[in-house]
Design a protein around this ligand. Structure first.
Ligand SMILES: [Zn+2]
Ligand SMILES: [Zn+2]
Length: 282
């Protein structure tokens, strides 16, 4: 068992990093990665700051040494991409000697608009407000802009894992569109094909299920056969914000992948990412 998408007290998670290590050891994890939200260039309540990212990195490196005989620990960030605004991912990697980066879009921008559309978080109302403010309530251009921004991230930044790439569905809840509509399928599959071209690892994220914010993984189960056909490597993560969330719905994700004929998953080792057989028992 392993998980490379976790958030601690240094950003918007619940506990000190060591609590996650202790929980991982109890659950017999072989590896654990930390992926604090990388700093963004405006005041916020979710990301590391340019100041505390140094302490975060130091803390993880200390734990790495302390627990080196028990578990492999890795230092990463989940970097936000916002067109024309976010910091270059390479800068984080270079400044902090990161082991890996998850690239994600949580905030959608639109040319000519000052505010951002926050598509994540616990409040459905902020999704609805952003859709109204930035896109006059028109869902198709809004979702198109989201996927465009994900695509721009893949075209312009260097990172290993594409995080929850269809999270735009979370607060939609089938209200403005359903994911079987042809325009949506086209956008999603174009993004997936770009991930294939860029040789990215696509994350299967279980957080919506255990937070009861969505009834499926990100990406949804219906897209797994396309991942298989495109031979896109996958990684299962829970996006844990609490030590108790490290393994939630991982077994269900494994079953869904095996069901779709995907028999391997990616893990991070001391020598880099590699593919291992997907087993229900480890
Ligand atoms: Zn995220
Ligand atoms: Zn996350």
């Amino acid at each position: 068992m392993f998980n490379f998408h976790t958030h601690t007290k240094f950003c918007d998670g619940a506990s000190e990093p060591e609590k996650y290590v202790e929980s991982a050891l109890q659950k017999n994890f072989k590896a654990l990665g930390f992926s604090g939200h990388a700093p963004v260039p405006f005041p916020n309540h979710f990301a590391l700051t340019p100041e505390n990212i140094v302490d975060y990195c130091q803390e993880i490196r200390n734990l790495q040494m302390k627990y080196s005989h028990q578990i492999d620990l890795f230092l990463g960030v989940e970097a936000d991409f916002i067109t024309g605004q976010s910091y270059p991912f390479d800068q984080f990697r270079k400044d902090h000697h990161l082991d890996y980066i998850i690239g994600s879009v949580h905030l959608v921008c639109r040319q000519g608009c000052d505010s951002l559309w926050f598509i994540d978080g616990s409040r459905q109302a902020s999704y609805d407000e952003g859709l109204q403010t930035l896109f006059d309530g028109n869902i198709q251009p809004a979702v198109r802009r989201y996927f465009e921004q994900v695509n721009e991230m893949m075209e312009t930044e260097h990172f290993e894992i594409l995080g929850h790439f269809d999270k735009i569905i979370m607060h939609n809840q089938n209200r403005y569109f359903t994911t079987d509509e042809s325009w949506y399928r086209k956008l999603l599959l174009e993004t997936l094909d770009l991930a294939r071209q860029k040789k990215l690892i696509v994350e299967i994220n279980t957080r919506g299920l255990y937070k009861k914010r969505y009834w499926d993984f990100y990406p949804e189960t219906q897209w797994l056969p396309f991942l298989k056909d495109m031979k896109i490597p996958v990684i299962i993560s829970t996006d844990a914000h609490d030590p108790s969330e490290l393994d939630l719905f991982v077994l269900e994700a494994k079953k869904a992948l095996l069901n779709a004929g995907i028999c391997e998953q990616m893990i991070l080792t001391k020598t880099g990412f590699c593919s291992v057989p997907l087993s229900l028992n480890d």
